[in-house]
Write a protein that binds this ligand. Sequence first.
Ligand code: MG
Length: 253
Amino acid sequence: MNKYLRTSLLALMAVPAFAQEKAKPEDTEIYEPVPPVVSALPGQIPSDAVVLFDGKNLDKWASSSDPSKAAAWPIADGAFTVDKKFGGISTKQKFEDYQLHLEFKIPEGIHGEGQGRGNSGVFLASTGPGDEGYELQVLDSYNNKTYVNGQVGSIYKQAVPLANPSRPNGEWQVYDVLWTAPRFEADGTLKSPAKVTVFLNGVVVQYDFVLKGLTQYIGQPTYKAHGASPIRLQAHGDKSEPISFRNIWVRPL
Ligand code: MG
């Protein structure tokens, strides 16, 4: 063996086998599975969304305290309005992770202040017949002071919103939410916490916030094991004029 050949052979042996073939662009291209086609035309809901309210009826909802009772909140002009005496309403369908779209309107000329002005809420997972779960606050926060972890866009008493893009009352406002439900071990201990990203009127107000547990009015949040859960709208007991909702859809992920 001549000196040149010996050196070349030794050099080749030192190179790992996988590096001897030159990497190609197609090595890192994936073709399967193909993402499902979803039509999402301007002004229309995504074609694969579960429509929770299309302006006509509340058939997809029931009373939160008694799921056998129809959700009797009044409907008019393609929207429905909270009936505080009736109590909260929950979706009949249960969800884990999802994308949610929802629009709400604080009535024009609303009275009250602080937590007593346009208070409602979206319980992203409702874990009991009353106000149990994880509340994304709904409130009139346009020129209305309250504790900042209780204003619109907050995860109530857990996360201050990153901004306040509230519109004046009388105007429709839009929530878009990405919700990751918490997971629990068989013995009820927490496996992975809930996470949420929220846009209010197109502005990020919660960015991948990791929840500390169930919403608590008094005291610290803690987790309690649960499975797939309904989404609930709050009938808050304050005396202000009730708010309205429209155009609600969800895409389970
Ligand atoms: Mg509330």
